[in-house]
Design a protein around this ligand. Sequence first.
Ligand code: 13P
Length: 228
Amino acid sequence: MYIVGNWKMHKTAKEAALYIEAILPQIKGAAAQVYLAVPFTAIAATQNSSIKIGAQNMSDALQGAFTGEISALMLKEAGASFCLIGHSERRHLFGEGDELILRKVKTALTQGILPILCIGEKEGEEMEEVLEKQLKGLSGTDGLMVAYEPVWAIGTGKSAEIDHIQKAHRFCRKFLGKKVPILYGGSVSLENVAEIGAMEDVDGVLVGGASLNPDSFAKMIHQLRKRK
Ligand code: 13P
């Protein structure tokens, strides 16, 4: 089982280092594999031996005249082992489209950064139709993770219903095969993480707001059991 925290635009490098100091003693012996997607400036400050550290976005290009962008090589050298790609906020607030996102996934794969591709429909959209479009070009690819995050469940305190999650994950599983871990994200909390994590086709969770406090995130981590 995987639990990935996404800090979004929270925590300076100093705050991030204090968080790591606080959480490490609390997660000893946890069954889940813990990942944290931190701001670029906190990647170096959060290096440690138990939590994998990654970024929240990267360029599809390897280098060049792309002001304000960051490359896979830069991330790797700073200590990132994975990168969220195509997060709903990148798609909807920053206009990233499926083609660019697919290129980013491919760049991450060739550059040795584990891509965690984020997908999900907006309110009122047909789930399978949207997921099929967002996964286009990836059938048969492995070496990545996928996070299903319905847009209406992000930051709203209202996670998707169990049946809906199961249906979406089953669809992704059919499309991607058994080797690609599929995580659920969208208002995952201490209250619902055990139930969501126990679902058949859920290999882990992607947690936004509830990952910001080290004490409660540590408690969430301990709610996840090893898969039999
Ligand atoms: P919340 O857990 O705050 O709903 O955010 C989900 C998310 O966007 C994680 O990537």
